[in-house]
Design a binder for this molecule. Structure first.
Ligand code: SF4
Length: 371
């Protein structure tokens, strides 16, 4: 019967309802979006807007702000109005801030069913207020703050417990005809998290916000998120992502964007294909790759640049890229679109690559390729 076929594409995207978080559609056939959360005091409007501007510049599409106090709730109106990207208010414990966030014009509100007491009773009013303004609600279940009833039932935050908590909360909103919902079921263990989202995906058609909670410092958090999101997105599960790192939020956005680019779910921007180097290398590949990356960072064009240490794989990879160099004997063969256009001394490799990248970028701009 021959060899089993190897899938070359990711699975079909799961069919989900589409909601509108301000100007950003989430779910359905909308591109998977990247979001992050500010680390400033929300009540410090200037600092929060400044951080939102930095996040926007780094490619963040939706931003969430914490609302633990009345001062924070009071700041929402100005922040929601002045932010360049949709603002989601993150509410724990205090239903009254949900109303404040809806009134303030936030693009959505995140509630945590695990720790909003008396919440069940107020769902009707929240559903009415949110319906009137077209404000979606994210039901954000978190392993660390799971509903006590479910913790008692399951003993710990199992995938089943996380999913049951989310769907229970959804059912309360559904009783009032409210379905403008997205869901997250976060856990710090990628395996539990992946299983929770798989179960959730099978049991509802709401769009899903992916997250590994408390993923850790940058290195560990990046790996955990990439592994978990990669598993789910490759199965077609996930409509918006947030990478949680104990690092500045701009880093979260960069990692999120890179995950989507790696999976081909977002057009690739600048991609450096550099070899790991080995005993055959005839140039300092790490230094060369770093210098090329530094020289090209900020160019807003899809460009694949190969930096190869020797002539073994070098010419092959360099030919596959838009632009590349294969080094050897103190020189670099510069490739553009598969053709060797020149050979330059090692000291001129970086500037030649940057020059050629600029030419390609100008050409793309003339052709009107969307960046
Ligand atoms: Fe080694 Fe050459 Fe491959 Fe780089 S391209 S890893 S130097 S064989």
């Amino acid at each position: 019967l021959g060899m089993p076929s190897v899938p070359v594409k990711l699975a079909e995207r799961r069919a989900s309802r589409q909601i509108q978080v301000g100007s950003v559609a989430v779910g359905g056939d909308a591109p998977v979006s990247v979001q992050s959360m500010t680390t400033t005091r929300t009540s410090d409007i200037g600092a929060t807007l400044q951080q939102i501007a930095e996040l926007t510049a780094s490619g963040c599409q939706i931003v969430r702000v914490a609302v633990p106090t009345q001062d924070d709730a009071d700041a929402l109106k100005v922040i929601a109005r002045k932010s360049q990207i949709p603002v989601i208010a993150d509410i724990h414990f205090q239903p009254k801030y949900v109303f404040a966030a809806i009134d303030a014009g936030c693009a959505a509100v995140r509630v945590n069913p695990g720790n909003i007491k008396k919440f069940d009773d107020q769902v009707k009013e929240i559903a009415r207020a949110a319906s009137q303004t077209g404000t979606p609600i994210r039901i954000g279940v978190n392993a660390g703050s799971l509903d006590k009833r479910l913790l008692a039932k399951y003993g710990k935050a199992t995938p089943e417990a996380l999913v049951e908590s989310a769907l229970w909360e959804c059912s309360l909103f559904e009783e009032h005809g409210f379905r403008d919902i997205k869901i997250s079921v976060k856990h710090n263990d990628p395996v539990v998290m992946v299983n929770a989202y798989r179960q959730l995906a099978a049991q509802c058609d709401y769009p899903l916000h992916l997250g590994v909670t408390e993923a850790g410092p940058a290195f560990q958090g990046t790996i955990k998120s990439a592994v978990a999101f990669g598993a789910l997105l490759s199965e077609g599960i996930g409509d918006t992502i947030r990478v949680s790192l104990s690092a500045p939020p701009v880093e979260e956005v960069k990692v999120g964007a890179q995950i989507l680019e790696s999976l081909g779910l977002r057009e690739r921007g600048l991609e450096i294909v550099s070899c790991p180097s080995c005993g055959r290398a005839q140039v300092d590949v790490y230094k060369l790759a770093e210098e090329v990356t530094a020289g090209l960072t900020g160019m807003d064009v899809p460009l694949r640049v190969a930096v190869m240490g020797c002539v073994v794989n070098g010419p092959g990879e360099a030919r596959e890229a838009d632009l590349g160099v294969a080094s050897g004997n103190g020189k670099g063969q510069i490739f553009v679109k598969g053709e060797v256009i020149k050979t330059v001394p090692e000291s001129k490799i970086v500037e030649t690559l940057i020059d050629e990248a600029m030419k390609i970028a100008e050409q793309l701009e003339k052709e009107g390729t969307p960046s």
